[in-house]
Design a protein. Structure first.
Length: 123
């Protein structure tokens, strides 16, 4: 039964991620469902060919999980549409000296040329 909860959770996560990036979130409900169902069917098919009995169900579940993972990865890698905040790049700061992109979550000096990035904070 827990897979059904995870299924709905993933639909919520994918549509929320897509909405944050500027996409219509309702499109990501069928998108997620189709990938999970296709994964489950492929898993079941492989299970029918490879094993017998209840173990086929395990294959179907693994297939569904792979389908779900693929939907999550695709949604995570969607381009942020113009005008939307890119939350993945909120802590990325371009060095004014060498243009190297630094993650300033932990360090405030440029990884490449060691320039101090603190005065250039604009968040
Ligand atoms: Zn630099």
């Amino acid at each position: 039964m827990i897979e059904i909860l995870l299924f709905f959770l993933l639909i919520k996560i994918n549509s929320a991620k897509a909405e944050l990036k500027g996409y219509k979130k309702n499109r990501f409900i069928p998108f997620t469902v189709i990938l999970i169902v296709v994964g489950e069917l492929l898993g079941a098919l492989i299970g029918i060919l490879a094993v017998k009995g209840i173990v086929i169900y395990i294959y179907a579940l693994i297939g569904a999980a792979i389908g779900g993972l693929v939907s999550y990865l695709i949604t995570s890698n969607l381009k942020v549409r113009p005008g939307m905040i890119d939350y993945d790049k909120l802590n990325i700061k371009k060095c004014p000296v060498c243009n190297h992109e630094n993650d300033i979550t932990m360090f405030t000096r440029c990884e490449n040329c060691n320039a101090d990035l603190t005065p250039y904070y604009d968040i």
